[in-house]
Design a protein around this ligand. Structure first.
Ligand code: THU
Length: 161
């Protein structure tokens, strides 16, 4: 039998009343900025609120384009903005909220593979885990204690050498 390498995904499920004040505010900010997403093609609006170590919050939302692949997810808009404007600040937490306009507001946005890859590199570089909170417009919040938990087998800079 070949040896198996196994790693389990671990998520916590919170009711919104169980969140601490800081995270509740972060989720509210992500929800608010999701409303400003540019999503005329998918109608799937996503907002991301990034909390930095100095308490600053950087927002991003998905930006779609008629040339579809040119658009960008909320998570990358927020992480790139945080890195561009606060390059020395660690990222401690990110809240990601999806508002599906025409259907299920309980739809939880599982970050896409490219966003996991991007968020992961910031996490590895800063050597501090980034907590992730995921929720639809309503309903429970899923929490991952790190990006690594969402992307355990990742491409990284070591592989380039
Ligand atoms: N999207 C995000 O912004 N974040 C996610 O976590 C999932 C997907 C966006 C990309 C696209 O604008 C729309 O949602 C539908 O895929």
């Amino acid at each position: 039998m070949p040896k198996e390498i196994k790693k389990e995904l671990s998520l916590r499920v919170f009711h919104k009343d169980e969140l601490d004040e800081e995270v509740r505010l972060l989720v509210d900010k992500a929800r608010h900025t999701a409303n400003n997403a540019r999503a005329p093609y998918s109608n799937f609006k996503v907002g991301a609120a990034v909390l930095l170590e100095d308490g600053k919050v950087v927002l991003g939302n998905n930006q779609e384009n008629a040339a579809y692949p040119a658009g960008l997810c909320a998570e990358r808009v927020a992480f790139f903005a945080a890195s561009a404007n606060h390059p020395k600040s660690k990222i401690l937490k990110v809240a990601i909220v999806a508002l599906q306009m025409d259907a299920n507001e309980n739809n939880i946005p599982a970050p896409c593979g490219s966003c996991r890859q991007v968020m992961s590199e910031y996490e590895v570089e800063q050597n501090t885990p980034i907590e992730v909170y995921l929720t639809g417009g309503k309903g429970d919040i899923l929490m991952s204690e790190s990006i690594d938990n969402l992307l355990p087998f990742k491409f990284s800079v070591e592989q380039l050498s």
